[in-house]
Structure formats: structure tokens, C-alpha cells
Write a protein that binds this ligand. Structure first.
Ligand SMILES: Cc1cc2nc3c(=O)[nH]c(=O)nc-3n(C[C@H](O)[C@H](O)[C@H](O)COP(=O)(O)O)c2cc1C
Length: 201
């Protein structure tokens, strides 16, 4: 019999992730949906930075960014990503590894349009991860974009979502004396069923 009970219970890892995030929304002071997103460059050198997780779908995780940024290029080249969400207030983490595709259709448009006007214009103005001569030059670009794109900018073609389809999801919760609880859900491909293992701390 499985001893996967309490906060680890259930047959659907996405439901567990959603429920942990909902708890973190009540306890974290800022950005409970922040994830440390890992990519690799063409030399295999890892790269990691924070982004905000915007959706936990029935079978995937979605965040938004600039496709021409370092991460955008690395994701497009490798087609793979990993991320971790860590909540200090809960002493828990969720780790995810999987394959990546773009979300650059109506869902990305809807998310883009839900953002504040300044954020929408900012997405147009920022050549994310490229060198910038000064803050003043960025602000001048924002002013130009504001003049040309007005009050209803369209989603830039170089900005949109990435959808991570996990092959591995691990749930980790702090235990007394470092005897933590860990359960990993693994599948060989996204078409395969999940296999769940408890792991040593
Ligand atoms: C809490 C937090 C949330 C962030 N969320 C995003 C995000 O959702 N999308 C994004 O492109 N950058 C986000 N950033 C900025 C990234 O960490 C990073 O600086 C930027 O995307 C450039 O990364 P890159 O050069 O590796 O592409 C966030 C930063 C922090 C600290």
C-alpha cells in the first residue's frame, strides 16, 4: 500500500501542483508563482533565471517571455527545460523537467492583452537580454512605441508563451532532521502513464 497521503495524495500531479501553489498564495509575501527556470546553451552550459508561472494546465506549465532573449533562444534550440518552485513559507519545492513548445496563438494574445498597457508597451520596447546603452535610451524607445502602437498594441511577434510538458515532476516537503518526503512522477513520453516513486531524502 502506498504511503503517499496528506499533501501528496491524489492521482494527478498537476492537481497537486495547483493545490500547493494555492497554499503558497496565502503564505508567500511575493510572487508565489515564481519559478527558477533552467535551460542549456548550445555548449551544454546551464543557465537559470526566475520567471512567473502563469498557468498550470491539465498536462503542462506555461510562462511568458521574449522569444529572442537568451532563454527564448536556448529553449527554441534545445526544446527542453527544467524549473523549480520553492516556497520558504511552506518549506516545500516542486521540480519539473520536460520538453518545450511555444504558445504563440490566441492564448498568448489573451494573456498579453490582460497585462497593463505599460507592460504591453514595455514588451515591444525591450530587446530582452541584448546590451542597452542607457536607461534613457530604453525610455525613449518606450515613448516611440507608445506613439506608434497607441492604446491597443498587438502582441509582439517576438513575445509569447512557452509550454513545458513534463516528463518528471517531483514534490518535496521538509521533514524533521532532514528526513524529507519526496515523491517523483515520471513518464517516458508524454503519451505514457505516470510512474510514482518515493525517493530517499
Ligand atoms: C520574480 C521574477 C519574475 C520574473 N518573471 C519573468 C517572466 O515571467 N518573464 C521574463 O521574461 N522574465 C522574467 N523575469 C526576468 C528574468 O529573470 C530575466 O532577467 C530575463 O527574462 C532575461 O533572462 P534571459 O537573459 O536568461 O533570457 C523575472 C525576474 C524575477 C526576479
Amino acid at each position: 500500500m502506498s504511503d503517499r497521503t496528506g499533501i501528496f495524495a491524489g492521482d494527478d500531479p498537476f492537481a497537486i501542483a495547483r493545490s500547493w501553489l494555492a497554499e503558497a498564495e496565502k503564505t508567500e509575501i511575493n510572487d508565489p508563482n515564481a519559478i527558477a527556470l533552467a535551460t542549456v546553451d548550445p555548449d551544454g552550459l546551464p543557465n537559470v533565471r526566475m520567471v512567473l508561472l502563469k498557468e498550470i494546465e491539465p498536462d503542462a506549465f506555461v510562462f511568458y517571455t521574449n522569444y529572442e532573449s537568451a532563454k527564448g533562444q536556448e529553449l527554441s534550440e534545445s526544446g527542453k527545460a527544467g524549473f523549480v518552485m520553492h516556497w520558504k513559507s511552506l518549506r516545500r519545492q516542486v521540480r519539473v523537467r520536460g520538453t518545450v513548445t511555444r504558445e504563440d496563438g490566441p492564448q498568448a494574445d489573451a494573456y498579453y492583452n490582460s497585462r497593463s498597457l505599460k507592460s504591453r508597451l514595455g514588451a515591444w520596447a525591450s530587446r530582452q537580454s541584448q546590451p542597452l546603452s542607457s536607461r534613457a535610451s530604453l525610455m525613449a524607445d518606450v515613448a516611440k512605441i507608445t506613439a506608434t502602437h497607441g492604446a491597443t498594441p498587438k502582441r509582439p511577434p517576438f513575445w509569447g508563451g512557452f509550454r513545458i510538458a513534463p516528463l518528471e515532476i517531483e514534490f518535496w516537503a521538509d521533514g524533521a532532521f532532514r528526513l524529507h518526503d519526496r515523491f517523483v512522477w515520471r513518464r517516458r513520453s508524454i503519451a505514457d502513464p505516470w510512474n510514482v516513486d518515493r525517493l530517499n531524502p
